[in-house]
Ligand binder design. Structure first.
Ligand SMILES: Cc1ncc(COP(=O)(O)O)c(C=O)c1O
Length: 378
């Protein structure tokens, strides 16, 4: 009997370990042997390297992307009674963090072409807001030239949700060259969840900024509001980055650009092979913005049937995200209903993520391409 074909996974985090196994195992062994599991030189070293990668002065390692968003908002002084402008087409943590801070999410719709925050809806929405929290969804930076200008005009600080955008770039007017996600607002929040472009071996995250006061505030908040060993200047949290994760991340950071290049090549291949197929809308690549290709997301009116077809062919496609946050039971108290954010709702109904990770073999990618083309009779 013929061997059944192996599944093509959506992501393969073990393949990333295999690619750097000796260095990663040595880094973990070094931390364990030194016995310094919390803070210390591994965390400080990774923070320096990651800040340099993003093109900012400072990075503060924290326990997750969710913690990065939460502590980032607190550092900006966001609290009860405040509104934070954001989107509903994102992972739940973006909005959870706003609620953890005691503030209220104020949703704006997303852009039809990219699924990111639409600057067109932003102008009036910024009035009286305490912060704006755009999400570089799927790795494509939002239109920061427009959003940054509107936020600056309204005097509203920007916290980037860069959880999916390690290494993505934007060209801003007046700059000499492109800037990386993480350097585009007052603060940025990164996730190093295992499947991210830069993924830890567990939960991890970071806040990046050029502002020493904001970084100092996040450093204190992540560590119980401590001002001395047993002195607590304010209420804080237990949201530190641990040393094993920092050591793993420092090793993986050395290959991040190469891994992102591999993602870019795979994305280009999908876009060549799927152009003009059925009613597929392929990912937009607006001028002046480069994606980190965290996800390769297509849109089709036949999303659920295509998803089923892929699964039957042994291909793990995904949906990011099937129910927008303004319609989730957890956020019912915000009082939204269907039709409030029509473009967001269309994205949720039609988006499909195809397998994409740096070690995806060409033959496996061609299986994905063939399955999608077959579905549409192309
Ligand atoms: C857009 C977005 N924001 C926030 C998060 C939260 O990050 P974490 O899972 O590390 O808490 C994630 C990832 O899961 C994400 O994709």
């Amino acid at each position: 009997m013929a061997e059944p074909e192996r599944k093509v996974p959506l992501v393969d985090v073990v393949a990333a370990w295999r690619a750097q196994r000796a260095e990663l195992d040595a880094a973990i062994g070094r931390v364990v042997a030194a016995g310094g599991f919390i803070g210390g030189p591994e965390v400080a070293g990774f923070e320096r390297a990651f800040a340099a990668f993003c093109g900012v002065r400072l990075a503060v390692g924290v326990a997750s992307g969710t913690a990065a968003l939460h502590l980032g908002l607190l550092a900006l002084g966001v609290g009860p009674g405040d509104d934070v402008v954001t989107v509903a087409h994102t992972f739940a943590a973006t909005v959870e963090a706003i609620e953890y801070a005691g503030a209220r999410p104020r949703f704006v719709d997303v852009d039809e072409a990219t699924g990111g925050m639409d600057p067109k809806g932003l102008a009036g929405a910024l009035d009286g807001a305490a912060a704006v929290l755009p999400v570089h969804l799927y790795g494509l930076p939002v239109d920061m030239a427009a959003i940054g200008a509107l936020a600056a005009a309204a005097g509203v600080p920007v916290l980037e949700d860069a959880a999916q955008a390690h290494g993505a770039t934007v060209e801003l007017p007046g700059d000499d060259g492109p800037r990386r996600a993480g350097s585009l607002g007052n603060l940025a929040a990164f996730s190093f969840y295992p499947g991210k472009n830069l993924g830890a071996f567990g939960d991890a995250g970071a806040v990046t900024t050029d502002d020493e006061d904001l970084a100092a505030r996040v450093r204190r908040l992540r560590d119980h509001g401590r001002s001395g060993k047993y002195e607590h200047a304010e209420l804080g949290w237990g949201e530190r980055l641990d040393a094993i994760q920092a050591a793993v991340l420092a090793v993986k950071l050395t290959r991040l650009e190469a891994a992102n290049d591999a993602r870019r090549r795979l994305a280009r291949r999908y876009s060549e092979a799927l152009a003009g197929v059925g009613d597929l809308a392929l990912p937009a690549t607006p001028a002046g913005r480069s994606s980190s290709w965290h996800l390769y997301v297509v849109r089709t009116s036949q999303r659920d049937a295509l998803l089923e077809h892929c699964r039957a062919a042994g291909i793990e496609a995904g949906v990011h995200y099937p129910l927008p946050l303004h319609l989730q039971p957890a956020f019912r108290h915000l009082g939204h209903g269907r039709g409030d954010l029509p473009v967001t709702e269309a994205w949720a109904a039609e988006c499909l993520s195809l397998p994409l990770y740096p070690q995806l073999e060409p033959a496996a990618q061609e299986r994905v391409v063939a399955a999608v083309r077959e579905f549409f009779g192309a």
